[in-house]
Design a protein around this ligand. Structure first.
Ligand code: ATP
Ligand code: MG
Length: 766
């Protein structure tokens, strides 16, 4: 019972406690968001350490991110005292643990222990060399594409010998397998490996060296895995090798499925455990740790599997009790995180997916003060950012911390509007899990072009893009430009133009420089005549920069193109290229606000496992969320993964949840009228409030008016019938608690800046 139980166990509910105290044998905790899965893992480690069942170095614990690993270590320290968590060398991500393993046994993979880990750029460069060495056309068979194929194989744990004929044939006229083999050999001679190898090498080492594996079986007395639903096949193989002991799993006992008993008092002692072999195993009883026992505990939620596109296999959860017979399967059904409204909305939404176990979630929270989930409409993304900024300030006035608030976006380009707005407001923010908008590679490149056009003496910018896209200007040529510039005390652009007219260079670089110089001369002239947004687009097109990403087959390329469009779109707010660049310089200068009170901005993918008091989810429109690409490429399963992503987003909120959709968004470079996301329609009315808006929406009440989605909207029709969100903008006269009372000039200015082409897509408005 609870009497005399250590502090760290108090406050756990019976099922959580069961999961913590069933330290022996396989355990799977399959439970919805916010039910305390991560808390169970943390407490379980604390329990194992506190009861002396294992030393810190005998616990293998896998988290999804390094940040999560740090936090887990910290919390264990809080539970049982800092001193006791020293030296948990095997708590980390699959990759960080993989590196450690590989360093210890590098020679078994044909490497030295000081091997280097290549990043994606290195990998692509290497593959390109191999493709060329094979005498293949690397335009027809792009290195990037093959790098992705290799990554896919490695996610499945497949080496060159394992890949299917068909798979290998699909690249370079059937030379795929040979290339893959050549790639691995090349890595070995370079004493290097890629990310996939960090898992694949250890797998192969374990298989080929039973002694080594046995050593780890003896070492790792306890294995724990968070976010189990997002493990890919290679990770799964790796885990199974480490967890499955030679003579385990040779019995016929069936799994024990422990469900939450309705009405059970939370303080009642847990039922006697049934161990993996069916025998009684009283909670807390000391058990000899057998060498062959599989003490593995995985926690996960099939509804939060959001990395299918990266090879994650949610089926791993289904197979758990086949791989680990006699597993105790524990369901947690009480959600401790969110209000009943938030939970109700999320549960209802995810119920639209077909491929799921299905589970109930409940909460004891019943505070009449808890508000419903708010759905808001805005005219466009600028207004969305403005309104969210004001809502945040309203929360601030009510003494809410910025640290407790987060904006979770579907696509990274959405961040730009928020960053800009928050800079203007002087509102602290931090971008988590990726560079800030203006720091992204493609944005910096584009800005470098613009900077040289606006200011021909900007050498740093010039140097960044003189050979972008690649025009065969090698280091030697660039050094020559440098030298000329220094000798004549002129900017590099001018030096380049001089060199292009001299005979100091070979014909090829000379022609390339001549083109660069002519381009900039032309663009600088256009600066006086062309509207700056148009000029910006022209620059990116004529320089070949847009095409460079269009021809790029990597997974990031479409996102980069989206970001570039968003960049051009954001320039509309400024009078000239120069004033825009000034603004950017200010934004870039803003600190990341580490350690300060700041709003978090991140993608939904990187928000997994986190929680915030108040969450804003902007951009709930068809085509953005669910994302068009996921629908195009993934069909039904693509849609279901998007819905799981929506579920992840909704369940990050503890108390306040605000969803937004806009009626106009720039898609593929054109203003389009958008349709509210089908996910909004899937939220239960009883838990949702369509937020009352301030007067500013009144001006275009018509654009949200009943049925208007179905007519005259560039052919986009709402396939979901009359939407109850159609009238959102029309309810504009009353004002709610956080009504947005900003005035109209913002959208009028945006309107004035629109081109004719965009007007046609604007829809009818009176
Ligand atoms: P996700 O699926 O989003 O990763 P999770 O199941 O891992 O969620 P946790 O993050 O562990 O859930 O817990 C959610 C919140 O509920 C945390 O703030 C946690 O501290 C709290 N919590 C969990 N269990 C309890 C409990 N028994 N009593 C009080 N609070 C709890
Ligand atoms: Mg968690």
């Amino acid at each position: 019972g609870n009497n005399g139980a250590p502090d760290y166990l108090k406050g756990l509910n019976p099922e959580q406690r069961l999961a913590v105290e069933t330290t022996e044998g396989p355990v799977l905790v399959l439970a919805g968001a916010g039910t305390g899965k991560t808390r169970v893992l943390t407490t379980r480690i604390a329990h194992i350490l506190a009861t002396g069942k294992a030393f810190p170095s005998q616990i293998l614990a896998v988290t999804f991110t390094n940040k999560a690993a740090r936090e887990m270590k910290q919390r264990i320290g809080i539970l049982i005292g800092e001193g006791n968590v020293e030296g948990m060398p095997w708590l980390g991500t699959f990759h960080s643990i993989g590196v450690k393993l590989l360093r210890r046994h590098a020679e078994l993979a044909g490497l030295r222990s000081d091997f280097t880990i290549l990043d994606t750029d290195d990998v692509v460069r290497l593959i390109k060399q191999l493709i060329q060495a094979e005498g293949l056309d690397d335009k027809r068979w792009p290195a990037k594409q093959f790098a992705q194929m290799i990554d896919g194989w490695k996610n499945k744990g497949q080496g060159p010998a394992d890949i299917a004929e068909g798979d290998a044939r699909s690249f370079a006229n059937g030379k795929g397998r040979e290339l893959y083999k050549a790639y691995q050999e090349r890595l070995r001679t370079l004493n290097a490996c890629d990310f996939g190898d960090l898992l694949c090498h250890p797998i192969r080492i374990f298989r080929a060296n039973p002694d080594v594996l046995k050593d780890y079986h003896r070492r790792f007395k306890y294995i724990l895995v968070d976010e189990y639903q997002d493990t890919n096949t290679a990770q799964y193989m790796w885990l199974r090798l480490l967890a499955q002991r030679p003579d385990s799993g040779r019995n016929n006992s069936t799994s024990t499925d422990v469900r939450t008993a309705e009405g059970r008092k939370p303080d009642r002692a847990p039922e006697p455990l049934r161990g993996p072999r069916g025998g009684p195993a009283p909670a807390g009883a000391e058990q000899p740790v057998s060498e062959n026992k599989v003490n593995i505990c995985c926690v996960g939620d099939d509804d939060q599997s959001i990395y299918g596109w990266r090879g994650a296999e949610v089926d791993n959860i289904l197979r758990f009790d086949k791989d680990f017979p006699g597993a105790t399967i524990i369901r947690l059904e009480r959600n401790y995180r969110s209000t009943a409204h938030i939970l109700g909305a999320a549960s209802h939404l995810i119920a639209h997916n077909e491929g799921r176990f299905g589970k109930t979630l409940f909460t004891d929270r019943n505070d009449p003060e808890d508000g419903k989930v708010n759905v808001h409409a805005a005219w466009d993304s600028e207004e969305e950012a403005r309104a969210i900024g004001e809502t945040i300030e309203a929360y601030q006035r009510q003494k809410h911390n910025l640290n407790d608030m987060a904006i979770l976006v579907r696509a990274s380009f959405q961040m730009r509007a928020f960053e800009d707005r928050f800079i203007t407001l002087g509102l602290n923010y931090r971008v988590i899990g990726g560079p800030r908008f203006y720091e992204r590679l493609e944005i910096r490149d584009a800005l470098a072009f613009f900077r040289v056009v606006a200011n021909g003496t900007d050498d740093l910018a010039f140097e960044r893009i003189v050979n972008v896209p690649k025009r065969g200007l090698g280091e030697a040529t660039i050094r020559q430009i440098h030298d000329t510039a220094r000798a004549l005390r002129i900017p590099m652009l001018e030096a380049a133009a001089n060199l292009a007219e001299s005979d100091e260079l070979k014909p090829k670089p000379r022609a390339a420089l001549r083109e660069v110089a002519a381009n900039f001369e032309r663009w600088q002239k256009a600066l006086e005549t062309k509207p700056h947004t148009e000029l910006a687009e022209t620059i990116l097109e004529e320089s070949g920069y847009t095409d460079m990403w269009k021809n790029d087959r990597s997974a990031e390329a479409p996102g980069r193109l989206e970001n570039l469009k968003e960049l051009i779109r954001s320039m509309e707010e400024y009078e000239s290229l120069r004033s825009f660049l000034e603004h950017v310089a200010l934004v870039m200068d803003a600190e990341q606000n580490a350690g300060q009170d700041a709003v978090s901005i991140m993608t939904l993918h990187s928000a997994k496992g986190l929680e915030f008091e108040t969450v804003f989810l902007p951009g709930w429109e068809e085509g953005l969320f669910p994302h068009q690409r996921a629908l195009d490429e993934g069909g039904r399963s693509g849609l279901e993964e998007e819905r799981r992503l929506a579920y992840v987003g909704l369940t990050r909120a503890k108390k306040n949840l605000h969803l937004w959709f806009v009626s106009n968004r720039l898609i593929h470079g054109l203003w389009q009228s958008t349709i509210p996301s089908r996910f909004l329609e899937e939220l239960p009315e009883s838990h949702v409030e369509i937020a009352e808006s301030g007067n500013s929406y009144g001006g275009y009440g018509n654009s949200y008016g009943g049925g208007s989605f179905a007519s005259g909207r560039g052919g986009r029709q709402n396939p979901y019938g009359a939407s109850r969100f159609d009238n959102v903008g029309a309810e504009s006269e009353k004002s709610g608690a956080f009504s947005n009372t900003y005035s109209t000039p913002g959208w009028q200015r945006a309107q004035a800046n629109r081109t004719e082409a965009t007007d046609r897509n604007w829809g009818t408005r009176s």
